[in-house]
Design a binder for this molecule. Structure first.
Ligand SMILES: [Fe+2]
Ligand SMILES: [Fe+2]
Length: 237
């Protein structure tokens, strides 16, 4: 059960007088600058959108995943915070941005007054969100991985010139709908996608996102659920 995954030392979290909220994190000038600059750096390199839209969406979805599965409310809030700042390491460099981002989050969250036990979980979630070397070992990390990898959508494409689209641009542009459906009663987490095949073939989605889906499957399994991938109403797993 979900409750069994909550470490004993977190039982005290509910008693913390003023927990650090997502609003406090989102409005912090350092966070605002870091999220903005991360996106600017990636935009210059030709990557898809990694700014406030992606940050906010990943935070909301991560919180919702744990909420639907009945996790402790503070866990859900921490998933939102971790989701919001998971990509700030990109302002240093794309390589190892998960690890650099985790280390950047530490002083920010400490300054805002977050207890070290919570910071530790958020750092772990941020540091494990990329498929090259990340693995979910706590529920917050699992939720952030699922939410992050689910964000494939037309609105993420920053390249204004369709003739210059690379395969990542085309697959993202082709995705007109992306939805994480949590069926708590069946212990199923499904990623539902609609892909406009005028812009990319379904096989191209697998071509670039296979390692991501493998990671999502591990994260979903960590939450003791079964993963389903549904593209254009066809079930692939
Ligand atoms: Fe990332
Ligand atoms: Fe991300």
């Amino acid at each position: 059960m979900a409750e069994e995954l909550i470490p004993a030392n977190l039982a005290m979290l509910a008693e913390i007088a003023e927990p650090v909220t997502i609003d406090k994190v989102r409005s912090d000038p350092e966070v605002i600058a870091f999220v903005r600059q991360s996106n600017e750096s990636l935009r210059a390199l030709g990557y898809t959108e990694h700014g406030q839209r992606h940050a906010g969406l990943v935070g909301h979805i991560a919180e919702n995943i744990l909420g639907r599965l009945g996790y402790d409310e503070r866990f859900c809030q921490l998933a939102h915070i971790a989701g919001y700042i998971h990509d700030i390491g990109n302002l240093i460099h794309r390589e190892h941005h998960a690890q650099s981002g985790a280390l950047m989050a530490w002083p920010i969250l400490a300054r805002l007054g977050m207890p070290y036990s919570e910071i530790a979980l958020v750092m772990n979630a941020i540091g494990n969100h990329e498929e090259e070397r990340g693995t979910a070992t706590n529920p917050i990390a699992a939720a952030v991985i699922i939410a992050d990898k689910a964000d494939v959508h037309r609105s993420r494409v920053q390249n204004p010139d369709k003739s210059q689209f690379d395969i990542h641009d085309r697959v993202n542009y082709a995705a007109t709908r992306s939805f994480v459906r949590v069926q708590a009663e069946d212990k199923v987490i499904a990623l539902e996608l609609e892909i406009d095949t005028n812009f990319a073939q379904v096989i191209e989605y697998f071509e670039i996102f296979l390692s991501r889906m493998t990671m999502v499957r591990q994260a979903v399994g960590f939450l003791e659920c079964e993963f389903r991938l549904i593209i254009n109403e066809v079930r692939f797993s």
